[in-house]
Design a protein around this ligand. Structure first.
Ligand code: NI
Length: 288
């Protein structure tokens, strides 16, 4: 994409934003850096689907007041309620998801990088980014989609990338949606089979249409036994402006989630895929 990301001003929204307006702002910002998502959305719409999103995922640093609680504020103000929290030790992340009483609305999954677990060199780079934040930045109403509020060099990006893909992504793209995730269970033209048949059929359709899926660790992660099976595309590559020049780097992927019922019959809404590198810490979110 020539020109990199649009400025956040292009997506700025006034106070008193409605839920549809908020989701539209997030979607427009996301597809600006992830054209494949808009293309796939159009492919599915042309098939007769009315897409629902399972979740939107946002990333941030646990530093400078930019942590996940700060990003959650606009969503909580519009009725999203906090649910379980997670800890991904190997990736140095904390995460949590929020759910809205309206089941048609996507869950919001926000993660934050536990910066103090990185090397001193990486911590120093992130500190130099956060030090550029203007006063009051973390209190902005549009913090969750404010975009990149700092200048970063390609060298700093690459140094972070060597240690943490997540750290590098936030350095390059700032605060914004990392991915949208289609609710595969809401699709009507990919019939389910009680297992992950609808997700497999969707993946086959996308490959047939020339899309590239992320096959690392298998195309489909998770299973009916995990209550959640997901697949995703390989991230688009976009040109980003760094302080010392432009470079094409991976932006975002589009994700597809199929959920299965719990023994109670209720659909599982959590985020605990069967992945050995993810460690779940149960927390009582209501006692927070
Ligand atoms: Ni996701």
């Amino acid at each position: 994409m020539r020109g990199g990301f649009p400025t956040r001003r292009g997506f700025g929204i006034p106070q008193g934003v409605t839920i549809p307006e908020l989701l539209d702002v997030l979607w427009r910002d996301y597809v600006a850096s992830t054209p494949q998502a808009e293309r796939i959305h159009a492919l599915l719409t042309a098939r007769g689907e009315a897409l629902r999103n399972d979740h939107v995922a946002l990333r941030t640093y646990a530093a400078g007041g930019l942590g996940l609680a700060a990003l959650a504020r606009p969503f909580e103000a519009l009725g999203w309620e906090p649910r379980e929290a997670y800890r991904f030790l190997d990736k140095h992340l904390r995460a949590r998801y929020w759910q809205h009483p309206d089941p048609a609305l996507p869950k919001v999954f926000i993660s934050e990088l536990v910066v103090e677990e990185l090397s001193p060199a990486a911590q120093q780079i992130i500190a130099s980014l956060v030090a550029q934040l203007p006063d009051g930045f973390a209190a902005r109403g549009d913090l969750a989609w404010a975009g990149r509020p700092w200048a970063v060099t390609l060298a700093a990006y690459r140094a972070l990338l060597a240690e943490s893909e997540y750290a590098a992504w936030v350095a390059a793209f700032g605060l914004r949606v990392n991915h949208f995730t289609v609710d595969v269970g809401s699709l009507r033209t990919f019939p389910g089979d009680g297992d992950d048949g609808s997700l497999r059929a969707l993946c086959a359709f996308l490959v047939e249409r020339g899309e590239t899926l992320n096959a690392s660790g298998g195309v489909i992660k998770g299973s009916a036994a995990d209550r959640l099976a997901q697949a995703s595309t390989r991230a688009d590559s976009v040109e980003v402006a760094f302080a010392d020049g432009r470079a094409a780097i991976p932006s975002c992927y589009y994700e597809f989630a199929l959920r299965f019922p719990l023994p109670t019959g209720a659909l599982f809404h959590g985020f605990v895929p069967a992945s050995a590198d993810k460690i779940f810490e149960s927390t009582d979110v209501r006692a927070r």
